[in-house]
Design a binder for this molecule. Structure first.
Ligand SMILES: Cc1ncc(COP(=O)(O)O)c(C=O)c1O
Length: 353
């Protein structure tokens, strides 16, 4: 494989001089900070939030590095993985010229972000078994293809993609392969994080929004070669991860034991919920899931969805998505949420015998 990162970076980004923040230009011990036009008197909310946060999020990265067992220089932090997705387009795809490949049905932001950045999207649908279509994938790549998005475990189908298929893409594509592992903690498959050294074209996305239970904080991670991370750092807004998020992430990272217990519990609850749905009369299929949700193929999916709304229960209607016809995506809830859902389903069957 002929991978040359310099050929992939947009010329304006390669030439870019990154913004240098007040705190970038100083290192060492200071008595007073009069360099960043903050409000030195503090704030009515808390005296601590008047200062800009660390633009490099060094402390958070070091803890993540310890948990993930890789050097901190291989970590980029975004305002959710959604920011990482957008940044990858802005770093590598020339608007109106380059393209990216997505494999639908998959996470919607790969396409939305491409549209925002005026980057063409080539769609290579998954096969009927929700695995990669390697033949069509190879055919879809052209001289302007910069990114291939692989979501594993995939949203909304819930399955992990075959590891050897992913390796085939990594070994044969000269552009950047992004593996979105938002749901990896719920999966049987192991992460690609330990494979970074083998693949200079690999970017892995993970997030605090799922297993860590911190969707409200907005903290996403990208893992890649230092060369790729350097490009992303150049383009990001200086203070993209706020102070409160950095503080709370540091606390959460100390509680990995509790997080692991929660993951186990969610996986057990997922399997229990899947079993209940499998026994329902109009359910045609509950797809195996490696995530914290299940995809259920059910007769009259739209009507079921609308009925559950009348009972205050919101699912994700995927019934108009190709390959997910008649499917509802159901996030594993609390015991109480799941009971309410199952009770409402029984009511549906009483009303629609
Ligand atoms: C596959 C996938 N990637 C990324 C995201 C977004 O994650 P974040 O909350 O970190 O922006 C989601 C959210 O549902 C997702 O399903």
């Amino acid at each position: 494989m002929l991978f040359d990162l310099n050929q992939l970076i947009r010329p304006n980004i390669a030439k870019l001089t990154a913004y240098s923040s007040a705190r970038d230009e100083f290192s060492g011990e200071a008595k007073v900070f009069l360099d960043a036009n903050e409000n030195s008197l503090g704030s009515p909310l808390s005296k601590w939030y008047n200062r800009y946060p660390d633009p490099h999020q060094q402390a958070v990265k070091e803890k993540i590095a310890f948990v993930k067992q890789l050097p901190a220089e291989h970590i980029f932090l975004g305002n959710g993985s959604d920011e990482c997705i957008d940044l990858l387009y802005r770093c590598f795809c020339e608007p109106g010229k380059d393209n990216a490949i997505i494999c639908p049905p998959t996470y919607g932001m790969y396409e939305v972000s491409a549209n925002i950045n005026d980057v063409a999207v080539k769609k290579v649908p998954l096969l009927n078994n929700f695995q990669l279509d390697l033949v069509h994938l190879e055919n879809a790549v052209d001289a302007h293809t910069k990114l291939i998005w692989i979501c594993s475990p995939n949203n909304p189908t819930g399955n992990s993609l075959d590891r050897m298929d992913i390796e085939t893409v990594l070994n044969n594509f000269n552009g950047i392969v992004v593996i979105d592992e938002a749901y990896i903690n719920f999966a049987q498959q192991k992460s690609f994080v330990q494979e970074l050294a083998d693949y200079p074209n690999l970017v892995i996305l993970q997030t605090f929004s799922k297993a860590w239970g911190l969707a409200g904080l907005r903290l996403g991670m990208a893992f890649a070669s230092t060369a790729i991370i350097d490009v992303m750092n150049k383009v990001k807004p200086p203070y993209n991860i706020n102070q409160a998020t950095q503080e709370l992430a540091l606390k959460a990272l100390d509680e990995i034991g509790q997080v692991n217990d929660m993951i186990k519990l969610l996986v057990d609850m997922r399997e229990a919920l899947a079993e209940v749905f499998r026994s329902m009369p109009t359910v045609e299929q509950v797809y195996p899931s490696d995530a914290n949700f299940i995809l259920v193929k059910i007769r009259d999916a739209r009507k079921v969805y609308a009925f559950l709304l009348t009972r205050g229960i919101v699912l994700r209607d995927r019934s108009n998505v190709k390959l997910c016809e008649d499917c509802l995506r159901i996030t594993v809830g609390t015991e109480q949420d799941n009971t309410l859902l199952v009770d409402a389903m029984h009511e549906w069957y009483q009303l629609n015998p």
